[in-house]
Design a protein around this ligand. Structure first.
Ligand SMILES: Cc1cc2nc3c(=O)[nH]c(=O)nc-3n(C[C@H](O)[C@H](O)[C@H](O)COP(=O)(O)OP(=O)(O)OC[C@H]3O[C@@H](n4cnc5c(N)ncnc54)[C@H](O)[C@@H]3O)c2cc1C
Length: 382
């Protein structure tokens, strides 16, 4: 077994980490306070080629030249620098871009992928509804056949980027009698008549990643913008979420790494009883536990990414890595707050933001509970 990275992977990882720490991280606290997407970081990520990692050269990207381990490093570095920017960028090029890339018609791809890569358009992914989250097969948003296409009716809720997105991949029911095989994915131009957006939600964390709802009242989608086969939308959504779960592992590892570094810095600077608190065994144990969790999470996530690259089945690995890494991030960020004492509870230090941001991990893209269900069912073959 060879755990070493290639020279190219190492060089890419270093370049991206340096860029994220130098350019993105210094803006993270202000982005959180503003509650708005950091457009400057978005433009810088475009310039750096971050979005291009997820699309082929035909769409302006570099996907043919990079692998999942390189993307893993890029995701980890961005989440570490600013988790909110990571979430919105990932929703745009990953959750929205991936199904268009994998299943979209040539016309849909040509219209949207170059714009997503160039940061000129923002994408989102509409699966969750007010009454259907974990139980995604029970969505009620429906698509009715009309001349030349479909009309959408219904509501999507808790959608990353919905307040400002230009385009959405939306799952809707096309055959109510066919269960989850009656769900179809549509690429929806959100500027069309019949699309409304709810006000952005006020959230615990990730405030620089706007989340909102989409309401469809007869919005027209031409046949060419059906994503893949009619009736294949649920399966496509699950494939998209499998990749999304590997990315969410990186979200957790990035936040945990940021919290760990902040805690180490503070422990070495802060003095109590005449010595740095870094000399106290109670602090040592926390630092060690944080490191054990981060390294464990990274190993699991890299295995999932490597398996994806090798074309091996990785649904279980993605669920395992996502569950461990996102739960570890909450624990690590909480320990970082504790090491900061009362100052950890203020926004003078990043620990409180990291704890708030980390809390999405065990919820988004499949809760920890449903991941455990999936893992156990797979292990028990039930
Ligand atoms: C900031 C943010 C961004 C998001 N972005 C997107 C997005 O871009 N696109 C999108 O489609 N969705 C998005 N979501 C929605 C997210 O994926 C859902 O919130 C999540 O899947 C859980 O669904 P729910 O909120 O309806 O909870 P529910 O499904 O109602 O679950 C409530 C509780 O019941 C538990 N539960 C439910 N079923 C089971 C079961 N079978 N076994 C054990 N426990 C169970 C859950 O684990 C949870 O603890 C986002 C959510 C947030 C908070």
């Amino acid at each position: 077994m060879d755990f070493s990275l290639t020279d190219e992977q190492l060089a890419f990882g270093r370049t991206f980490e340096d860029f994220c720490q130098r350019v993105i991280a210094p803006r993270a606290a202000d982005t959180d306070r503003s509650g708005e997407l950091d457009r400057a970081s978005w433009a810088d990520l475009v310039e750096m080629g971050w979005f291009g990692l997820y699309a082929e050269s035909a769409w302006g990207g570099t996907a043919e030249q990079v692998d999942w381990v390189i993307r893993a490093q890029a995701e980890e570095s961005l989440a570490k620098a600013c988790a909110a920017t990571f979430l919105s960028a990932g929703a745009s090029i990953g959750l929205c871009g991936a199904p268009l890339r994998l299943f979209g018609s040539p016309e849909t791809q040509a219209r949207w992928l170059p714009r997503l890569v160039a940061g000129e358009a923002i994408g989102c992914f509409g699966l969750t509804e007010p009454d259907a989250g974990t139980d995604a097969a029970s969505i009620r948003c429906r698509a009715a056949r009309t001349e030349g296409g479909w009309r959408l009716y219904g509501e999507k809720a808790l959608i990353t980027n919905a307040p400002l997105a230009d385009v959405a991949v939306v799952m809707a029911v096309t055959d109510p009698d066919a269960g989850h095989m009656g769900v179809t994915a549509f690429c929806v131009d959100l500027s069309r008549p019949g699309v409304e957006r709810t006000a952005p939600y006020r959230k615990l964390g990730l405030r620089g990643s706007p989340t909102g709802g989409l309401v469809f009242d007869g919005a027209f989608v031409p046949d060419v913008d059906v994503v893949g086969e009619v009736g294949a939308g649920f399966v496509q959504a699950m494939q998209t979420l499998e990749m999304g779960r590997i990315s969410m592992s990186h979200f957790g590892i990035g936040i945990a790494e940021a919290a760990f570094e902040a805690a180490c810095r503070y422990a070495q600077e802060r003095k109590a009883f005449g010595r740095p608190i870094a000399r106290k065994q109670a602090v040592h144990f926390k630092i060690a536990d944080m490191k054990v969790m981060i390294d464990g999470a990274r190993l699991m996530a890299r295995k999932a990414a490597w398996s994806k690259e090798a074309g091996l089945p990785c649904a279980d690995l993605a669920s395992i890595a996502k569950t461990f890494a996102t739960e570890a991030a909450v624990k690590v960020a909480d320990m970082a707050v504790q090491i900061h004492g009362g100052w950890g509870y203020t926004d003078d230090f990043p620990a409180e933001r990291l704890l708030r941001d980390a809390r999405l991990g065990p919820i988004g893209e499949g809760t920890s509970e449903i991941q455990r269900e999936l893992i156990a069912r797979s292990m028990l073959s039930v």
